[in-house]
Design a protein around this ligand. Structure first.
Ligand SMILES: [Zn+2]
Length: 234
């Protein structure tokens, strides 16, 4: 293969390698990171826990309420039964009833709040359940696509590496030294096309002697006097 043609081909391979290599790393990182899924699951778990806690508190409150109501019923029964004749005892009993009723009304109030909280959490949890299911489905589909892309990129990078090695073995060592140095210093674009006697990378005109060498396709490297890149007929 002609020297400049081989360098152009090598450059195309190296550029594709850079681009696909970056993509490959990004896909690999995405595949290694399942924290968004875990976060979504944890958030839903927190809603379920909050709901079951509030339901527990509601049940406890209802139980306490019925116990107190039973106590009031018994106290009132004793109060009006006529069995108790001591006025002090009756007064104590009446006072007990008052306290119990106060406590009952406090509990009734907090039960109303708890019921509202349970209803709100039930709505939130069932909405969260649907959202989590949708997220998991989306996540699985994305995973599958990323896994396919990962294998595809890996195969392509392997092929590029083989082709690059084969090509480099056919290019003379001195040309490779220049090419590699320019690849490092020119942002990964060591070559520039010449059109109408002008370097297309830096817009500096190419002296006619050099332009003729490029036109003829000499087996030699011609560098741009503006940007220093290897010139080729574009
Ligand atoms: Zn140039």
């Amino acid at each position: 293969m002609h020297l400049i043609e081989a360098l152009c081909r090598l450059n195309a391979i190296d550029q594709e390698w850079d681009e696909k290599g970056r993509l490959y790393q990004a896909v690999r990182q995405r595949l290694a990171d399942s924290s968004p899924l875990e976060a979504a699951r944890q958030a839903q778990e927190a809603r379920r826990t909050a709901l079951s806690q509030k339901r527990g508190a509601l049940r406890d409150g209802e139980l306490e309420l019925s116990t107190l109501q039973e106590k009031v019923r018994q106290a009132e029964e004793a109060l009006y039964s006529g069995r108790i004749t001591s006025s002090r005892e009756l007064e104590n009993l009446r006072r007990d009833c008052e306290h119990l009723k106060q406590r009952i009304s406090q509990i009734e109030e907090s039960l109303l709040d708890l019921m509202e909280a349970v209803e709100a959490l039930e709505r939130e949890t069932s909405q969260g359940e649907a959202e989590l299911a949708a997220f998991e489905a989306h996540w699985a589909a994305e995973r599958e696509a990323d896994t396919a892309l990962y294998h595809e990129l890996r195969a392509r990078l392997q092929a590029l590496q083989e082709e690059r090695e084969r090509l480099r073995s056919q290019i003379e060592a001195r040309a490779l030294v220049v090419y590699d140095a320019l690849r490092r210093t020119k942002g990964g674009t060591p070559l520039a096309p010449v059109r109408d006697g002008i370097c297309q990378a830096c817009r500096v005109s190419v002296p006619s002697g050099k332009a003729q060498m490029i036109e003829r396709g000499d087996e030699t490297i011609v560098l741009c006097e503006g940007c220093g890149r290897i010139l080729y007929r574009g």
